[in-house]
Design a protein around this ligand. Structure first.
Ligand code: GLU
Length: 299
């Protein structure tokens, strides 16, 4: 599984570089009309006492997601976020008999994702959320449904920063988000005094625009969305240096719900709604439609 993941990462990395180059001239994609309408199950039934039964009978789903990340979760003019993460949640909701307009959204910046699940403020978090052991101490993950990798975003005319190993020589200030895996990973490449942390990535993009930092680091596909919106001001460095499998965060130990989500994702990949979810969102910028990764065991 590990090998196949790495192969896919290479393919995604190549696709991301191509897309970033293609978008180098600026002009953001029209993501305002993003979205699909997966067919909603009619009165599905689930075993008593399961999360599926509770949600299906409530008829609503409380989703934690990002509000400022183009392609994955970006709040639209109608007040609802749009993007691949939101589409994944819509597929799961539809299988529970819950239409998209019965999903309620809570903004979940990176640092509070475990907390909102633990405090039962949301039913699931789909928010560019890397599966890792530290997080698994507090919550469980279904998935992965996508595998990203950490990269760097710099000003379009910056040729000094070519990858993480070039950051120290450039004495670059690097921006990331508190509570994210990239903010931890980057510490081995730079001095602590050069790491700038905000709560959300849009603030890092602002800091790059004003020259307060020389690079922004997070997952390649998040950066790709910010590059796409930058009117040619930013570029992706294109040297992916980690593996970030995105999972769906749920209450710790809810094995049945995890298995239900994994099965729903498998079905979506088989019937094309997973691919449609990508193509209507991130696929507008990143041309290679991913293959659904093998699920991790539900624990
Ligand atoms: N995937 C990474 C993480 O879960 C970075 C993206 C984010 O902060 O949402 O920490």
């Amino acid at each position: 599984m590990r090998l196949s993941r790495i192969t896919r990462i290479a393919a995604v990395a190549a696709a991301v570089v191509v897309a970033a180059t293609a978008c180098g001239g600026g002009g953001s994609s029209n993501l305002g009309s993003s979205g699909t309408s997966p067919s909603v199950a009619e009165s599905p039934t689930f075993p008593a006492g399961t999360t599926m039964e509770r949600l299906a009978s409530a008829g609503t789903l409380r989703l934690g997601t990002k509000f400022d990340q183009p392609l994955f979760g970006l709040k639209g003019l109608d007040g609802n976020p749009q993007g691949f993460d939101v589409e994944i949640a819509k597929i799961i909701a539809a299988k529970l008999g819950i239409p998209a307009d019965k999903i309620t959204y809570t903004e979940t910046p990176s640092a509070i994702r475990e907390e909102v699940i633990e405090q039962d403020r949301v039913d699931m978090v789909v928010a560019t959320y890397t599966i890792n052991d530290k997080r698994k101490e507090r919550i469980s993950f279904a998935g992965p449904y996508y595998i990203a990798g950490q990269d760097l975003m710099v000003a379009a005319d910056n040729n000094e920063i070519t990858g993480p190993d070039s950051l120290r020589a450039a004495n670059a200030k690097v921006c990331s988000v508190a509570g994210s895996t990239p903010s931890e990973n980057i510490k081995q490449y730079i001095d602590a005094s050069n790491l700038v942390l905000f709560d959300v990535y849009s603030k890092c993009a602002d800091a790059l625009r004003t020259g307060q930092v020389q690079a922004v680091t997070t997952d390649n596909v998040i950066l790709l969305g910010l590059v796409d919106q930058s009117n040619g001001a930013f570029k992706l460095v294109g040297q992916q240096f980690t593996e970030e499998p995105y999972g769906i965060g749920i209450q710790k130990g809810d094995v049945e719900f995890c298995q239900f989500i994994d099965q729903t994702l498998q079905e979506a990949a088989a019937n094309g709604s997973y691919q449609a979810a990508w193509e209507s969102t991130a696929g507008k910028v990143s041309p290679t439609t991913p293959t659904l990764p093998e699920p991790d065991p539900c624990v």
